[in-house]
Design a protein around this ligand. Structure first.
Ligand code: ADP
Ligand code: MG
Length: 291
């Protein structure tokens, strides 16, 4: 590989809003045939908003939301930011013993009440019984394509917060470009199967790996590589970092977390997913110059 060609490629990338960490990154794009896409914040904007709150038992909507918002104010996750801003800062309570389990949920103590917010399996692992009303609310949200998290107070399920997210304006165009370049798109997400399917169907993405725990993202990359594929991965979250590092080419969304950007070979500084397609195309062109 001539260093000059690689430098030229790096310079072109910068003008396209594609930040290449090291010239080596371009070589990694050789032979990529699969592009793994995180859902929240990559395929979608990740700017979620609370669309509804379902409560069970004696719990009141405002109280469930206040508990959840107070707890989530300490987390950086896109779900957390959406829930936190649903309650004005001065109405949120102080949290002690805050703990975050990346890609699963958060917990802490508010006015002496143990509160947890997260995916259903996370709350179950804390000993919370979900019950049929919660299960129904989760299934309804899934059918509507909406991400949903469970709120528990004092070890009991208190409600479900539903969140709406939107597919990025240029995602369909980016996926069409990946296909033209011969890359098979795969959706990889920690969100529920039903929600993931809904979004994937809308985009014509057939391969979906959902309900994945954070370590599961790396495992999926390795599994694809073991089956003979050369894999690019695009992600934005803390829980995408290990998978971005494991992929043959890791691409971080610009608005994402520092962890993702540090782990990636390429960071997209312009908004949208088409930058990922441009990055792969640029790498191929640059390598073509070298050959
Ligand atoms: P994705 O792969 O779509 O980016 P994550 O792996 O970050 O999603 O999260 C997967 C799931 O874990 C979320 O859909 C949610 O149920 C739960 N979760 C993660 N972080 C939080 C949080 N701070 N608050 C509530 N739920 C969370
Ligand atoms: Mg994400």
């Amino acid at each position: 590989a001539t260093p000059v060609a690689l430098l030229v490629g790096t310079g072109r990338g910068a003008r396209l809003g594609i930040l290449i960490t090291g010239p080596d990154a371009l070589e990694a794009a050789k032979g990529i045939d699969t592009i793994v896409l995180d859902k929240t914040g990559t395929i979608t904007t990740g700017h979620l908003s609370v669309s509804s709150v379902v409560t069970v038992g004696p719990a009141e909507r405002d109280e469930v939301l206040r508990y959840a918002a107070s707890l989530e104010a300490a987390s950086e996750h896109p779900i957390a930011r959406a829930i936190a801003v649903a309650v004005p800062a001065e109405q949120r309570s102080d949290v002690v013993d805050f703990r975050s389990s990346d890609g699963l949920g958060v917990q802490g103590s508010i006015d002496g009440v143990a509160v947890a917010v997260g995916r259903a399996t996370f709350l179950s692992s804390l000993g919370v019984e979900l019950g049929s009303e919660i299960e129904t609310a989760l299934a309804d949200a899934g059918r509507a394509g909406r991400t949903a998290v469970v709120v528990a107070a004092d070890g009991r399920a208190a409600g479900v917060v539903e969140l709406a997210d939107t597919v990025r304006a240029d995602t369909a165009e980016a996926i069409a470009s990946f296909r033209r370049m011969g890359l098979e798109p795969v959706m990889l997400t920690g969100d529920a199967e039903a929600v993931a399917r809904r979004v994937a169907d809308e985009l014509g993405v057939r391969r979906v790996v959902a309900d994945v725990v954070p370590e599961g993202k790396v495992e999926e990359i390795r599994r694809l590589q073991a089956s003979g594929r050369t894999v690019a991965m695009v992600g934005d979250g803390v829980n995408d970092a290990a998978a971005l590092a494991a992929a043959d080419l890791g691409i971080a969304m610009g608005g994402g977390t520092d962890a993702a950007m540090h782990a990636a070979d390429i960071t997209l500084v312009r908004e949208g997913l088409t930058g990922a397609a441009d990055a792969v195309a640029l790498s191929r062109r640059t390598l073509g110059i070298i050959r």
